[in-house]
Design a protein around this ligand. Structure first.
Ligand SMILES: Cc1cc2nc3c(=O)[nH]c(=O)nc-3n(C[C@H](O)[C@H](O)[C@H](O)COP(=O)(O)OP(=O)(O)OC[C@H]3O[C@@H](n4cnc5c(N)ncnc54)[C@H](O)[C@@H]3O)c2cc1C
Length: 287
């Protein structure tokens, strides 16, 4: 990434980060009998593409100045990833935790997060492309829609130019470059680059940072404070949060196991390919 011209004061970025169960460590205990995820059986990690999103924000700050604020909506344990973000270079961290948010589907999640982001008045918002547990990739674009920000998905590079960002995005067959007026929201993929390592001095500084909920209800002082927000703090309408604000109905969850079957060798000739196409059309796989 090469950042061109910034602007005086730099850019204020908000990064939405989520703590997720490590789905690479799935074992026999990972699913409950009712088909839902047994979160207790899986280690909780920083959602991989949210690490890339944080790196994007830190690069903009490094090259143009400004601030980076991270926000997560989740249980108090999610403060682990907020501390990691502070140790890597974020300036401020917020935990949005509230019983009123329990049961939120992507619509309610993006509404609550959009209200938190709105209250922070950012120039740039970064999300991961997708969370590895819910896997919908809906939350980032839904936040943008609610804030009336442009949404740029699949970000793999960004340059700043005054009140505009020039985004390089993956379009599958190559890349596209978009010039977008700020404020704007970007969803970031692993092609952006790895999150930088934690800084040793920041590790020492933030290892005792806590949210009030982790500290007997008392907010630690100064740099050690992780901000804590409720749905009401960010002006949410109760009927748009949690179960009340979630129209999604999950009818059934099934565990799909793909097993290898028979295979057929096709000759690398025109006749071989024509035969394969006819077969696929005959059994309606294509056509
Ligand atoms: C009916 C229903 C009920 C549910 N109930 C619960 C529940 O009770 N408890 C629960 O934990 N989940 C619940 N979920 C799951 C929850 O809705 C999703 O985890 C959440 O909406 C995010 O969607 P996703 O994982 O697909 O994220 P994606 O859309 O794949 O995420 C994209 C990006 O958005 C950002 N993002 C997403 N979620 C968060 C977050 N929480 N904080 C910060 N940034 C975020 C990240 O940058 C992420 O990379 C429920 C889902 C449904 C459908």
């Amino acid at each position: 990434m090469t950042t061109t011209k910034g602007r005086p004061g730099g850019y204020n970025s908000v990064v939405c980060i989520k703590q997720v169960p490590d789905t690479k460590k799935v074992t026999g205990q990972a699913m409950k009998a009712d088909g839902t995820i047994n979160r207790a059986a899986l280690p909780a990690i920083f959602n991989p593409e949210d690490r890339n999103a944080l790196e994007a924000a830190l690069k903009v700050k490094e090259e143009c100045g400004g601030t980076v604020t991270v926000v997560t909506m989740g249980l108090p344990k999610a403060c682990d990833i907020l501390r990691t973000a502070l140790m890597c270079g974020a300036d401020k961290a917020y935990l949005l935790t509230d019983r009123a948010a329990a049961g939120s589907d992507t619509l309610a999640t993006s509404y609550i997060l959009s209200q938190a982001v709105r209250s922070l008045k950012p120039d740039l918002v970064f999300c991961g492309r997708q969370a590895i547990d819910g896997d919908t990739a809906q939350v980032g674009p839904q936040i943008a829609e609610k804030l009336d920000f442009a949404a740029i998905t699949y970000l793999e590079g960004i340059e700043m130019d005054g009140d505009y960002a020039i985004a390089t995005r993956d379009i599958g067959t190559g890349v596209e470059r978009d010039r977008v007026k700020l404020p704007a929201l970007f969803t970031v993929t692993d092609r952006f680059g790895e999150l930088r390592p934690m800084d040793v001095r920041r590790v020492m500084k933030y290892k005792r940072a806590k949210a009030p909920v982790e500290n007997g209800g008392v907010a630690p002082e100064g740099d050690l404070a992780i901000g804590q927000l409720s749905c009401a703090d960010v002006g949410c309408e109760p009927e748009r949060c949690g179960f009340a604000g979630s129209p999604t109905n999950v009818n059934k969850i099934v565990s799909v196991v793909l097993a290898g079957g028979e295979f057929k060798e096709v000759a690398p000739t025109d006749e071989g390919v024509a035969g394969l196409v006819s077969e696929l059309m005959a059994d309606h796989t294509i056509g």
